[in-house]
Design a protein around this ligand. Sequence first.
Ligand SMILES: *Cc1c(COP(=O)(O)O)cnc(C)c1O
Length: 430
Amino acid sequence: MAKKDYRIETLAIHAGQEIEPTTLARAVPVYRTTAYNFKNSEHGANLFALKELGNIYSRLMNPTNDVLEKRLAALDKGAAGLTLSSGTAAVYFTITNILKQGDEFVTASNLYGGTFTQFDAILPQQGITARFTPVNDFNAVEEAINKKTKAIFIETIGNPVLDVADIEGYAAIAKKHHLPLIVDSTFTPPTLLRPIEYGANIVIHSLSKWIGGHGTGIGGVVIDDGKFDWKDPKFELYNEPDRGYHGLRFAHDLGPLSPLAFILRLRTVGLRNQGPTLAPDAAWIFLQGVESLPLRAARHSENALKVAEYLKKHPKVAWVRYPTLAGDSSNTLAKKYLPNGSGGMVVFGLKAGSDAAIKFVDNIELFSLLANVGDAKSLIIHPASTTHSQLSEEAQKSSGLGAGLIRLSIGLEHVDDIIGALDDGLKAVK
Ligand SMILES: *Cc1c(COP(=O)(O)O)cnc(C)c1O
């Protein structure tokens, strides 16, 4: 499998699985086990000392999760992956796998609501400071970087306004200052965009969205490009002896595994001692999603573009954002980074304003009114009163959030039915 240069549609179905030799099961089995037998005490000791890799306990590793991790790493062209209990945990444990008290990182401000709150309200309680900068404002990024800066964080397509990040621009600054570039690529699953190809070092996905694809589970993954050099002494967590791991220095003492220092630390410190593990049952659900991801990502994008084109022409619609839409302010970046489609998200506003937006959202047929994206079903929400309501007025503004913004996650229903529902809803707008 690994020897051939298979295309992404093939990898989505086969990468990471070796047929289990006892049962020869064709589908990936769900390994519902808490622990794994050691062959003898020496084998157990070698596993604990990281002298040999193998299964110990399912908080740290599980064969079902292992297939998903390898498959997603293959799709994103990374060196290794690690699944976690949610996308939110994937973000949090990535940051705290690099930064400690007193450290800072620079982030784009147009973030997923939960991530914004984590960076703005939770990390500061732990002495970690996020410096927010407007997306693609590289002067602001340069100005925000100082001696305490340890990482740069962006999302590929911002939330809720769909600005496309210029990943190569960020990667150039990250490289110049020797900082890892962390990219949350949830809105652009790997068949649409692979940030590592543009210089990202660490890629995060919420599996709960398009990768799972059916609104049936919560999970996250972190993918490591395996190329960042953690020996720079400013990354103390990699260069100082780790008390939790008998004095191991992750950047120095891993031998041939040292290119995977980041992801091994995430597993041995994050999962092992902090415990945000993905259940194997959930991993199995996500494996079903991955198999059809290339087809689904293409159809989500195709449907969303048609919806955006329909809305753009509608006399009651004030504005529409969709990166691939002709004339969109992200169109040039979308052409570069998203030639296979910009995914399923469309946002727009009504000329009649924000009260009309709430009424529209309450009355539309077919669309589900809920706080999620990336389902096979079409979804709708008014972020200012829900997902982004915790944000201060100032933060709402800096995230580009107008009070009247309506967010659509376009599903896999027939596009004429989706547009028909929007059309009926718009007819009712006064
Ligand atoms: C949903 C989402 C998350 C959080 O993922 P969960 O699995 O819901 O915890 C993070 N980032 C983005 C861009 C998301 O859409």
